[in-house]
Write a protein that binds this ligand. Structure first.
Ligand code: BYC
Length: 470
């Protein structure tokens, strides 16, 4: 286990003190990061004391330390999972060779692009969520939001460390650019589409942390297999933080469903108008939010047929999540039958890896939906939630721009355009959801549209003052 040195200006377990040049470069970037946090983060809450967890070691057994912290004082740092002795490359054409501690010249620009794309999402999500604190449904939820925000900030540090340590001047310039692009900015947007979508209500936040953070899990797991060992180790530790973000999404949506079912029982009806009048989210409305965020997140896997994914795998840069579970790690002989609007065809497996990953991601997304449907069934309702087809509302890949309904069938474009407002949130739906978003900050109390969580944080009661506002 490597301890984290908190005496340093930048907490780290990478012996930063042993590399003065790197240390100075990162200490130069640090105030730029803090300035970005101050301008683009949840800056209206800078004075609040938040019950946050902070990494104190990187081993699995309880790395977290909990305590009240003002967010600008959070100790963002550089934490890599411990090295695996004599680690070998686990897939691709160089399988079995020693993992790289430095980047082979020929893969420099591709790896830089992957790291920058990953890094870009982290501050993007903080920007997307920066105003949500004003409409929190409880102090418990407010604390979870801020926990996610500071950890996304740390994930940015994780990528910036790699850029500074392994990419020289180019890397330092990219690190500055990560603070210069902004979510939704007309001139300098974030790289991936989902990270330019506004997240202006908590229903969207729970969907984002359910669907988009889960893409994060899959991407980080595939980068955790990388032949470039420092990237693999960084991602392994990031995954331990990512789990909490998905927990917030999954339990958040479960609590919304639970409350809807309670209100349906109270009013003795499942009529959406009556549920809304009683101040809760009707299930068809929740379905629209699921359709929106799931389809947007599906784009994050890239095209179904991708020469980038083939090269990244063959060259050992990016594997499949949990590469160990597969038998064939070369994939030179395999094909996958893919259906595109042009028809079905066999595609070399190497070129279809984005799709393979998207399919396993969808299976993971199904787990929560099944659980929500079980509670809906138990409550005696006929309604069922579902995930949209992976062909629905796509902007990237073979199905981009195709008029496809949520079940996956091609339809007339005119009818598709007309029907879209019944499949994803309309302006009226969004206005209704926004009307529910009233700040609740009395310890232990919940907004009327969401059920309380089953338990508090770190064994504390729900009534604990998770955020002390000033
Ligand atoms: N939007 O061959 P293609 C997370 C671009 S989330 C815009 O189809 P490829 C988090 C693509 O960049 C995880 N552009 O796909 C969650 C490429 O452009 P270049 C983030 C897109 O390259 C919540 C071109 O289209 N991590 O951590 O095989 C909160 C052709 O690409 C999109 C990563 O994404 C899109 N949706 O795969 C906080 C991992 N999709 O490069 C954080 C790093 C594709 O030719 N990134 N394009 O100019 C990657 O592995 C890959 O870049 C992608 C695309 C999986 C995104």
């Amino acid at each position: 286990m490597s301890a984290i040195d908190y005496a340093e200006k930048i907490p780290n377990n990478v012996n930063l003190v042993g590399d003065r040049t790197l240390q100075r470069a990162l200490e130069h970037w640090q105030p730029h990061f803090l300035q970005w946090w101050h301008e683009m983060g949840p800056n209206d809450f800078e004075g609040a004391d938040v019950y946050l967890r902070t990494a104190i070691s990187v081993d699995a057994q309880g790395w977290a330390h909990y305590g009240k912290v003002r967010m600008p004082d959070y100790r963002w740092g550089i934490f890599l999972a411990d090295p695996v002795a004599e680690r070998k490359i686990g897939f691709g054409d160089a399988m079995g060779q020693a993992a790289w501690q430095q980047i082979p010249g020929e893969y420099r620009s591709t790896l830089r692009r992957l790291i920058v794309t990953q890094g870009d999402t982290e501050p993007a999500s903080v920007e997307q969520q920066r105003l949500l604190g004003h409409t929190c449904p409880s102090l418990y939820d407010l604390r979870n939001l801020f926990q996610i925000n500071v950890e996304e900030g740390r994930h940015l540090w994780a990528m910036v460390y790699l850029l500074h340590a392994y990419f020289g001047r180019d890397g330092r310039e990219e690190a500055e650019e990560l603070l210069a692009r902004h979510s939704g900015d007309a001139d300098k947007p974030r790289i991936l589409t989902t990270f330019n979508e506004p997240i202006s209500d908590w229903l969207s936040l729970y969907c984002f942390t359910y669907f988009t953070d889960r893409d994060g899990k899959y991407q980080l797991k595939s980068l955790a297999e990388s032949a470039f060992d420092p990237l693999a180790r960084t991602c392994r530790f990031m995954l331990t933080e990512e789990a909490h973000h998905m927990f917030v999404g999954e339990t958040g949506l479960s609590r919304v469903v639970k409350r809807s079912l309670e209100v349906m029982k109270e009013v003795g009806s499942d009529d959406p108008d009556r549920i809304r009048a009683a101040g809760a989210v009707d299930l068809p409305l929740l379905q629209k939010y699921l359709n929106f965020w799931c389809s947007s997140s599906l784009d994050l896997f890239g095209s179904e047929i991708s020469s980038n994914s083939a090269a990244n795998f063959a060259n050992g840069l990016k594997g499949r999540p949990d590469e160990d579970q597969y038998e064939d790690h070369g994939l030179r002989e395999k094909t996958l039958n893919l259906v595109t609007p042009q028809g079905a065809s066999d595609v070399p497996m190497l070129n279809a890896l984005n799709e393979v990953m998207r399919e396993s991601y969808l299976k993971d997304c199904e787990i929560g939906v099944k659980r929500w449907n079980r509670s809906i069934e138990r409550a005696g309702s006929q309604f069922r939630l579902s995930l949209p087809s992976s062909r629905f509302r796509r902007s990237i890949g073979a199905w981009a721009g195709q008029p496809v309904d949520p079940q996956g069938s091609l339809m007339q474009r005119e009818l598709y355009e007309k029907s879209l407002a019944s499949w994803i949130p309309s302006e009226g739906d969004k206005a209704f959801v926004h009307s529910l978003m009233q700040k609740v900050i009395e310890p232990g109390r919940m907004a009327g549209w969401i059920a309380p969580p089953e338990r508090g944080i770190n064994n504390l009661p729900l009534e604990y003052e998770y955020v002390k506002l000033h």
